[in-house]
Design a binder for this molecule. Sequence first.
Ligand code: ADP
Ligand code: AMP
Length: 213
Amino acid sequence: MILVLFGPPGAGKGTQAAFLCKELNIPQIATGDIFRKHLKEGTELGKLARSYMNNGQLVPDEVVWDIVETRLAQDDCANGMLLDGFPRTVRQAELMLGWLDGQGRVLNAVLALEVPDEELVLRLSGRRTCRDCQATYHVAHNPPGEDGRCVRCGGEVIQREDDQEDTVRKRLATYHRDTSPVLAFFEERGYAHRIDGTGAIEDVTRRLRDALA
Ligand code: ADP
Ligand code: AMP
């Protein structure tokens, strides 16, 4: 099963990907997580990505595609994958569909989470992220363990630099300008399912399951 989990920053892609990937036994490919790993390791790619990320902008398509193409070719993607935070431009979507076509593979579905902007700002400003495994929490809706550490791996839970409110607003503007046209692109090709991303986390999971069924 090859899936794209689509939506604005803060829509709940990472939160829901954790459940779906476990159930479907497919890897989660999250481009933001890949960039943050490079950032933490201090690689050249990490330094380049940081300058875009902390300004609320997108990393250039060629840089993103280079990383995604390498990742998709790995063995664990042979039986499928869930893409989270990719594609974010029409160009990235075209590159992905072209690559799949060349491999004789098909995209099964694009699950698009819809959440209003005001709710996204509240979610992102309260988001906390594990520095080690990238699990996400929310100060009010989904807190980390009692010791403030990650429930999954025990790592330190921090606020991402780009989750400061001024950067959050820039990221939302970037989403509306550059990324929302990707949904129309997938709708025209019959891949997209719009899903209400508001309400309790488990209700959203149920809607995603229903859409897949
Ligand atoms: P994305 O990966 O789309 O950027 P996340 O999964 O990291 O979004 O979710 C953003 C924030 O919102 C996190 O703090 C997460 O705990 C919280 N969150 C996710 N789903 C919900 C929900 N249904 N209701 C309230 N908060 C949520
Ligand atoms: P995310 O973790 O998905 O919120 O991504 C964090 C940041 O990484 C984004 O704001 C972008 O700067 C960058 N990024 C992640 N995925 C992509 C992508 N597919 N295309 C361009 N930039 C990306």
